[in-house]
Design a protein around this ligand. Structure first.
Ligand code: PLP
Length: 402
């Protein structure tokens, strides 16, 4: 008998899918390696360098020898700085002991889901959604319950539909505002309607992912936990990757009621332990230092957002909602599905993305990866020159299908 390593994989291993974004990025790299000119609008990553004051703080910390294990929940200085930020900017009065610093917001999400979700528990996820939520819920053995809003609803599921989906097994509702992949921003009034639903269900909590809060062009950030009675009911999640252009530093955080925060730290101690020490000192500088570069990056995204919206609105057949935040556009491409490109039938947004990549040199991500198969995601965290090129190619390609 031969040894078959694949036969040893656990059932959990099959729940961990690498995801369409990574797949599309990989295909883009392969085509580029073959010399093809491809504009990549796939990755949700700022194209800016981390602001200088943050890099300097990391260097200083390194030179001071701050390269050791840190407490699992984070360095006290950073937890204090995060508690102050949440209080001053978000109206959230969590004590520092409720804060858990994680190795990226992604880990904070997993800490949260693993802490409260087990087999049989339902998690309400509002589609279009960031694909990791569903993967994390499955990983924890929970059941994702997906509710979908279309482009004409501004991609926001109304509270009445959420109310109708709550069962006695519902434990968590995930809200991501501003949203990846749609750029939608929930208003205070919309969130108040959701809070009214949560208030009726004493076992239901909310995971509020606020990682794009510094990339808002119109409207105000409302933190779900700041609504009346919602602080204890909310696990607030945030991180440094997007607003401070710190994706590779891997630093995120959560704030939650103390028993949950403690469980989250325990989860993290099993999986990875405390975050990198000198990075935590850089994060203190990020929170306490000047924000002009953060604002300058937001303004650059705003300009690109205007370009992208204007360009996409000129393409016949695309339906696109406003983009009040983030660096994503999420046009509905239903009009192109079922069309033919020569002999090639385009039967899904996956096939549309493959065709756009192979025949027109633009890499996007199919909406199926976000629970929204009629749309595609374009990241505009890239230069205006690349954006212009992509818009020309999209326009030529898509027009030829109609
Ligand atoms: C909505 C959302 N939450 C969380 C994350 C994870 O961020 P981090 O880099 O801190 O793990 C991302 C990254 O793409 C995201 O889009």
């Amino acid at each position: 008998m031969t040894f078959d390593p694949a036969s040893l994989l656990s059932p959990r291993a099959s729940t961990a899918d690498e995801g369409a974004i990574i797949r599309m990025s990989q295909r883009t790299r392969e085509l580029k390696a073959k010399g093809r000119d491809v504009v990549a609008l796939t990755i949700g990553e700022p194209d800016f360098d981390t602001p200088l004051n943050i890099r300097d703080a990391a260097k200083t910390a390194l030179d001071k020898g701050l390269t050791h294990y840190s407490p699992v929940a984070g360095m006290p200085e950073l937890r204090e700085a995060i508690a102050a930020k949440l209080k001053d900017e978000n109206g959230l009065a969590y004590p520092a002991s409720s804060i858990v610093v994680a190795n990226g917001a992604k880990q904070a999400i997993n800490n949260a889901i693993l802490s409260v979700i087990g087999p049989g528990d339902e998690v309400i996820i509002l589609a279009p959604y960031w694909l990791s939520y569903e993967a994390s819920v499955r990983f924890a053995g929970g059941t994702p319950v997906i509710l979908t809003a279309g482009v004409h609803e501004g991609y926001k599921v109304p509270a009445s539909r959420i109310a109708a989906a709550v069962t006695e097994r519902s434990k968590l509702l995930i809200i991501n505002s501003p949203s990846n992949p749609t750029g939608a921003l929930w208003t205070r009034a919309e969130l108040e309607d959701v809070a009214a639903v949560v208030r009726n269900h004493p076992r239901l909590m909310v995971l509020s992912d606020e990682i794009y809060e510094y990339i808002i062009f119109e409207g105000e950030m409302t933190s779900f936990g700041a609504l009346p009675d919602m602080l204890e009911r909310t696990i607030t999640l945030n991180g440094f990757s997007k607003g401070f252009a710190m994706t590779g530093w891997r630093l995120g955080f959560s704030a939650a009621a103390e028993p949950i925060a403690k469980a989250m730290a325990r989860m993290q101690s099993v999986i990875s332990a405390g975050a990198n020490q000198f990075v935590q000192y850089a994060a203190v500088a990020a929170l306490k230092g000047p924000r002009d570069e953060v604002v300058a990056m937001r303004e650059a995204y705003r300009h690109r957002r205007d370009l992208v919206l204007a360009g996409l609105r000129r393409i016949k057949g695309l339906t696109i909602a406003d983009i009040p935040g983030t660096f994503y556009a999420f046009p509905d491409v239903s009009a192109f599905i079922g069309r033919k490109a020569g002999n090639r039938a385009i039967l899904s947004s996956d096939e549309l993305c493959d065709w756009l990549l192979e025949e027109h040199g633009v890499a996007t991500v199919p909406g199926s990866a976000f629970g929204a198969p009629n749309s595609i995601r374009l990241s505009f965290a890239t230069s205006e020159k690349e954006i212009e090129k992509a818009l020309t190619r999209l326009s030529e390609g898509l027009s030829s299908l109609l």
